[in-house]
Design a protein around this ligand. Structure first.
Ligand code: GDP
Ligand code: ZN
Length: 465
């Protein structure tokens, strides 16, 4: 695509600030700036340089501002075009005057996200990376920042490209069979294809699962604390909240409700839900109702924290409890937390070290005396970061709804191919489903894209990005 016009926008937020940055991109970026700028021969300066000077109205000579002009030369710029960033004093009025003057020099106002869209169209970023730019700007916690940055640096894109590359080989072989047009030509080894599909499916499903948490990272992570009566659930919740409150009350002027169930760990918000309802119920029928209610709450959770008394339960008890609680939610991430380690005998502790390894991530604490809480927090964070991805080796967390939908679609087509293989369906149908799966995966990074998708993505950006 040839982009021949030059766009301009205010790239800093509106309102009074120390600086206002007006950004231009396109072939006339330098010439338009030169028309206002006191320093001669801007056009002859190399890229990646800064120039101090005065901006004037070309006609009247009226001084608009004293500014620093940053010059970037195509293709070594954000958009891969000539880019000029004019840093002036942070006044909306002055910035608007500068922009108006630049418009008279042949620039036009940029649409929302248009700078990043150009970066994408010119190959500087793929689509997933471009979306990460928007996430990065919106990031409000350490983890959402980290996830966006990983996506921006292409981690997710590389993973998708790897998956596609492997499928493309098979797709090409299937297309070749179609070209030959004979019934019994098989270039693509069906067994190998089946294995590859199972593998790719696993990775795609893992990525899709990570979306639940990716979403939670943006909106807070609902963590249900479940366990038998007297396990120490309320004590743990209080301990976690007290920790938080100690930090918060150190900041003058902040007051909080005593009944607070949100805790921020390492910049990530957890919403802890204590399933206290079980506590006073006698064992029998009534308890079954309690278990059902707990299950309902677990159904809305992003994470299950199963708490148990180390001095009372065996590893088998714990596994049975967790299995019962997550019967209909096999994919829910679970963290097992052994409490009252101060009461547990060495043999009881050893039992968990020996036979529990690998079943669920495990943290051993004493909520009463508040011991082991740091390990618990580390385990919680590790569980969130790695949730749903165990065994795939993937470290990516999907946070974007569009990506999740595309992964879902890809998964459907991959399953169709697998099913087709199982029942010996013809090459033509296999090839068609595989093509659809590839298209769905490709739509995430923009290898396959339509104008509709582009428009809907980039108009969500703010102007000037
Ligand atoms: P819940 O029914 O699961 O909410 O359990 P509670 O939080 O009410 O605790 C039950 C009892 O266990 C209380 O008497 C707590 O003081 C006690 N408890 C909780 N955590 C610990 C711990 O780490 N060590 C010891 N020794 N007692 C604890
Ligand atoms: Zn309780």
């Amino acid at each position: 695509m040839l982009i021949s016009d030059t766009i301009v926008a205010l790239s800093t937020p509106p309102g009074a600030g120390a600086l206002a940055v007006v950004r231009l991109s396109g072939p006339r970026a330098v010439a338009a700036t030169q028309a206002l700028f006191s320093m001669r021969r801007l056009a002859e300066q190399p890229g990646h340089t800064l120039h101090y000077g005065t901006l004037r109205e070309p006609g009247s000579g009226e001084i608009l501002d004293e500014v620093v002009v940053a010059l970037y030369r195509a293709p070594r710029s954000y958009t891969r075009e000539d880019v000029v960033e004019i840093s002036g004093h942070g006044s909306d009025y002055v910035a608007a005057r500068i922009i108006a003057a630049l418009l008279r020099q042949g620039a036009r106002l940029a649409e929302a996200g248009e700078f990043t869209k150009r970066a994408f169209l010119n190959g500087a970023l793929d689509l997933a990376q471009a979306e990460a730019v928007a996430d990065l700007i919106a990031a409000d916690s350490a983890l959402s920042h980290q996830v966006a940055l990983q996506q921006l640096r292409g981690g997710f894109s590389d993973e998708l490209r790897g998956l596609r590359a492997r499928l493309v080989q098979f797709a090409a072989l299937l297309e070749l069979e179609l070209d030959f047009g004979e019934e019994d030509v098989e270039f693509a080894d069906r067994t190998g294809l089946g294995q590859l599909l199972a593998e790719v499916r696993g990775v795609v499903a893992g990525l899709l699962r990570s979306f639940e948490l990716g979403n939670a990272i943006k909106n807070g992570i609902t963590t249900v604390i479940a366990g038998r009566p007297n396990a120490g659930k309320s004590t743990l919740l209080n301990a976690l909240l007290r920790e938080e409150r100690a930090i918060v009350s150190a900041i003058p002027g902040t007051t909080r409700d005593f009944i607070e169930d949100e805790v921020s760990l390492d910049g990530l918000r957890f919403r802890f839900v204590d399933t206290a309802g079980l506590r006073d119920n006698p064992a029998d029928e009534v308890e079954a109702i309690g278990v059902r209610r707990t299950r309902e709450r677990i159904g809305q959770a992003a994470l299950l924290l199963y708490l148990f008394d180390l001095s009372e339960l065996t590893p088998a008890d714990v596994q049975a409890d967790i299995a019962a609680l997550t019967a209909s939610l096999p994919q829910l991430p679970v963290l097992a937390v052994g409490n009252k380690r101060d009461l547990a005998s060495p043999a009881q502790l050893a039992a968990f070290a020996d036979s529990f390894a690998g079943a669920y991530p495990l943290a051993l604490i004493a909520a009463g005396p508040r011991a082991g809480l740091e390990e618990l927090q580390a385990a919680l964070l590790a569980q969130v970061r790695g949730a749903g991805l165990a065994g795939t080796g993937a470290a990516t967390i999907v946070t974007n709804v569009r990506h999740a939908r595309a992964l879902e679609e890809a998964l459907g087509y991959l399953d169709a191919v697998r099913q087709g293989l199982a029942v010996g369906r013809g090459t033509e149908l296999l090839a068609a489903d595989l093509r659809h799966a590839l298209a769905a995966l490709g739509s995430i990074t923009g290898e396959i894209s339509t104008d509709d998708i582009l428009t809907s993505i980039f108009t969500q950006f703010c102007i000037g990005k």
